[in-house]
Design a protein around this ligand. Structure first.
Ligand code: DAH
Length: 350
């Protein structure tokens, strides 16, 4: 057997296959050529007689021959409708559906469930959703938010700094860091978009502190920012009350307490009436009837001008809320670390 003979047989078999017009003829072809006693198997046996030098190439050509004849055979089977596979592949639309067992597959993580619900509440009130980087520069995380140079939050104790290295933008004097809050996304948004602005900005933030039941090194926040002509603190209060009613229940109340943040003036801490006892006082609210949910205030004029917005023309409010903390309150989770350990026994309960 020579290489040429192999090529000739291949051509002939393919031509024979093309000429087949019926199922019986096709079956005869199979018996003659594709079974263990057929032509092709015999040619493989014959490889033994091929010279040492030609054997590798002959083997390769023979394999090609078999593959191409088998492929053409399958095509022919399909076109003649004799393939056994055809029926198996037909879809039976009347077959009963296979249902998914309720107990088995995964579901949303309680944190994402909380976040997604918050997002849809704010979306219904006309807010867009924005995201920013988790690795930030000092200017966005602190400087433009009106933090003084010696503010304690800028300390190594509270912030994770990213070591400057080749290819990174950070330097000793303007370091990169893991953002400690979502407020820098406010600055990024104001830098790229002129008012009116009405957005929420969810994301992960990092704090360099000892992990405990109440604080984690990484957690989630949701920032809100509204900038326009004539925006007042009454607008802030209205939006937060509406959010509290939709999230905690229609009889939820809120109260604002004076507070301080470098980036807002005036600033307020916001509490919601305890959803467990309705304000009468219980273990969850430590008998006060109120739960602290967020920080807020009117955007400081310095923050507006640092971001290229004229504070003589525009005013706005901002707020920042801890997603983990809110989820803990809502689901009665007492240790924040439970959210990150992925213990199936914990996750299963949501
Ligand atoms: N960034 C603050 C924090 O992490 C939370 C905050 C307070 C955000 C007041 C705000 C705000 O936008 O107005 O503690």
């Amino acid at each position: 057997m020579t290489i040429n003979e192999i090529l000739n047989v291949r051509e002939k078999l393919l031509a024979d296959l093309d000429a087949v017009i019926g199922a019986e003829e096709l079956e005869a072809f199979k018996l003659a050529h594709l079974t263990r006693k057929g032509t092709i198997a015999a040619m493989f046996d014959d490889l033994r007689s091929v010279s040492k030098e030609e054997k590798p190439l002959a083997g390769k050509e023979l394999n090609l021959l078999r593959q191409s004849v088998e492929a053409r055979f399958a095509d022919k089977e399909q076109s003649l409708g004799t393939s056994k596979r055809t029926d198996a592949h037909r879809i039976d639309l009347t077959m009963p559906a296979r249902t998914v067992p309720v107990s088995s597959p995964g579901h949303e993580h309680p944190l994402m469930k909380t976040l997604n619900e918050m997002i849809s509440i704010f979306e219904r009130m006309g807010f867009g959703v924005e995201y920013g980087p988790e690795i930030e520069d000092d200017e966005h995380n602190f400087g433009k938010l009106n933090f003084p140079a010696d503010h304690p939050a800028r300390d190594m104790q509270d912030t994770f700094f990213v070591k400057p290295s080749a290819g990174w933008k950070g330097t000793e004097s303007a370091p990169l860091l893991l953002r400690t809050h979502t407020s820098p996304v406010q600055i990024r948004l104001m830098e790229k978009q002129k008012p009116p602005i009405r957005s929420i900005m969810p994301g992960r933030v990092y704090r360099n502190e000892a992990a405990s039941a109440r604080s984690a090194v990484a957690f989630f926040q949701l920032e809100g920012l509204v900038i326009d002509k004539g925006v007042t603190m009454a607008d802030l209060k209205g939006v937060l009350l509406s959010f509290a009613r939709q999230f905690f229940g229609s009889d939820a109340k809120i109260r604002l307490r004076p507070s301080f943040f470098p980036f807002t003036e005036p600033s307020a801490e916001v509490d919601v009436s305890c959803y467990i006892c309705g304000g009468k006082g219980c273990r969850v609210c430590k008998n006060s009837g109120w739960l602290e949910i967020l920080g807020s205030g009117m955007v400081h004029p310095n923050v507006l001008s640092n971001s290229g917005i004229d504070p003589e023309i525009y005013t706005g409010y901002a707020f920042g809320l801890g997603i983990d903390r809110t989820a803990m309150m809502r689901y009665g989770v007492s240790d924040i670390r439970d959210f990150f350990e992925n213990d199936y026994r914990f996750l299963e309960q949501f």
